[in-house]
Structure formats: C-alpha cells, structure tokens
Design a protein around this ligand. Sequence first.
Ligand SMILES: NC(=O)c1ccc[n+]([C@@H]2O[C@H](COP(=O)([O-])OP(=O)(O)OC[C@H]3O[C@@H](n4cnc5c(N)ncnc54)[C@H](O)[C@@H]3O)[C@@H](O)[C@H]2O)c1
Length: 250
Amino acid sequence: MNCAELAGQQALVTGAAGDLGAAMARALAARGATVACWDIQPETSGRETLGPLAEGYRQVDVRDRSGVEAALAALPRLDIVCSNAGIVAASPFLDVSIENWQTHLDINLTGCFHVAQAAARRMVQEGTQGRIIFTSSWVGQIPWPEITPYAVSKAGVNMLMKQMARELAEHGIRVNAIAPGIVNAGLAGRQLREEPEYAARVEKVIPLGSPGEPEEIAEAVCYLAGESTAYMTGSILTLDGGCSLFQFDR
Ligand SMILES: NC(=O)c1ccc[n+]([C@@H]2O[C@H](COP(=O)([O-])OP(=O)(O)OC[C@H]3O[C@@H](n4cnc5c(N)ncnc54)[C@H](O)[C@@H]3O)[C@@H](O)[C@H]2O)c1
C-alpha cells in the first residue's frame, strides 16, 4: 500500500484509546487519513495515549446513540469507520450474570449497531463510497472457554456486518470485519504478561506459536480500508495465527 493512499479521507476509530484502536488510528494516519478517535475514557487519558493524534480525540460512549450521532455530526466528512470498541469479562458459563451478559451485548454488539448505522446513513446521504470495518474475533465462530457473552456478541457482529454489506452494496459502501486471534493487546495482553498459566495455555492453541501484535491487526484494517480490496465486502478477515484451525484439548 502506498503511504498516501488514504490522503484526504476522514476515518473514525472507536475504542481508540485501547491497544488495537490506537494501533489502527496510527496506521490509518500513516497512510494520510485524518483520524477521529473515540473512546469512553476521559479526555486526558485518551489524549495521552494517542500522543500526536490527540487532537482527534473525543470521549464517546458507543452505547449512547445521541452522543454517537452528535459526535458524527461534528466530523466534516466520513469515509472509513473502524467499529472497534469492546470489552471482555471472563466467567464460567454457569456463573454468567445477567449484568455480564447484557453489558457485552450493549457495548460489543449494540454499540457497533449505533456507530455503523449512524455512519452508514451519513455515507448514503452524502453519496460516499465508504468502508465500515468491524473488529470481531476468532471466537465469533469458534468457542473458547468462559467467555460466552463475549463470543455471542462477536457472532452477532459478524452477522450485523453481513446484513449491512448485503444492503449497502448498492450504495457502494463496503462492510467487512477483521477477526483477530489472541493478540498482545487489551485484556489478553495483560493476561499474557501477568498470568503464566494463561500464557502457557495460549501457546498450545496457536499453531503459529505466538500471539499477534496490534500493528499486524492494524495493517489488515488498512488493507480493508484501501483500494486493493475494492471488490471485497461481507468478509471476515481472520488473523489468528491458525487458532481457528486447531482442535485443542481440555
Ligand atoms: N486483544 C485481543 O486479543 C483481541 C482479540 C480479538 C478481538 N479483540 C477485539 O479488539 C477490540 C479492541 O480490543 P483491545 O484488545 O484493544 O482492548 P482494549 O481494552 O485495549 O481496548 C478497548 C477499548 O474500548 C474502549 N471502550 C470500552 N467500552 C466502551 C464504550 N462503551 N464506548 C467507547 N469505548 C469503549 C475501552 O475504553 C478501551 O480503550 C475489541 O472489540 C476486542 O473485543 C481483541
């Protein structure tokens, strides 16, 4: 990809103060895009994380539809949306609380719906051949122990993406998802650093042998945002080191 490929384009990344979102924002900016960075974290911590991209930071909770619409209306145009904000809180299935279940659906799935529908409406209205990219997960298709609400929310994101891709193709809007595996980012990154048992279990289930890095996921996002994927819509691009090929034992 040419480093000015996205010059003049306006991108939006949600969950941009997190590890993957910040890597996406940096990678899109490196290709010339102007990047709006949204996260639920307060302005000071969000801006600190984003350094040179701090100017584009805004505190937005993706669950808040009117807040999402107001923040979108403040953007001069909209070409690329990375709907990436998400949470994960592990719990054995028998112990999953209603609150845990609902919070995953509210943030990971309904949050994506709010951002993506509001963005798509604007793209259609302005005749923009936009690109919407969801951050799903390999566990949207393959079960992994003790994260049922998370996995279900990501399976929902996969179908939200496909429905949107089908209906928005006639407007020239492409909708795809990336499905990262276990990445050295967010909760997984903290567990890899702090819990040797988790790190050992993870090593066994990644055929390529090690967790992914945020920059590798961000490259895939730029690929989906760029011209080289002009014929691609409705796809899940999996970057999981082969996790979903692997039949792991108990
Ligand atoms: N880290 C991994 O191994 C991995 C693997 C597959 C998919 N993912 C997905 O990647 C995305 C980013 O995760 P990450 O690993 O960078 O974790 P992270 O915790 O570093 O980043 C997530 C960000 O989302 C923000 N956020 C949470 N709730 C929000 C809300 N209501 N509104 C706006 N922002 C909110 C958080 O403040 C945080 O900055 C998530 O959707 C996650 O499910 C991560």
